[in-house]
Design a binder for this molecule. Sequence first.
Ligand code: AMP
Length: 121
Amino acid sequence: MSDEGTPKDTIFGKIIRGEIPADIVFRDDTVTAFRDNSPRAPVHILLVPNHVIPTIADVTEADEPVLGHMMTVAARLAESEGIAEDGFRLIVNCRDHGGQEVYHLHMHLLGGRPLGPMLVR
Ligand code: AMP
């Protein structure tokens, strides 16, 4: 991909390009989804746009199709993972206060057990 070698390139870019292994559960021209390698729930999948957007604060109107597609893919993966009926959580962390570790926008799909309150007070 054209992001290779740019300052924006991250470990997720390497996964998308197949340069490092990951448990990929879905991919198409727009989005790649793979299992988090440090799962916080029985189902913990990361959905990533194939093109780098560093954070959700960086999106523009041009990104709306890929962002909408990520939601649709998340819903289909929740079904195929068997967590849609009981419910699940989608999380997008942003920058420092949001706890973002990897600066390639990604959405966490979490489920498979009751996830508790949204935030610890
Ligand atoms: P965030 O804190 O929202 O940036 O989430 C980054 C997530 O990426 C964390 O949940 C990590 O466990 C996960 N992660 C980091 N490196 C890898 C990797 N090589 N394969 C799968 N998941 C990863």
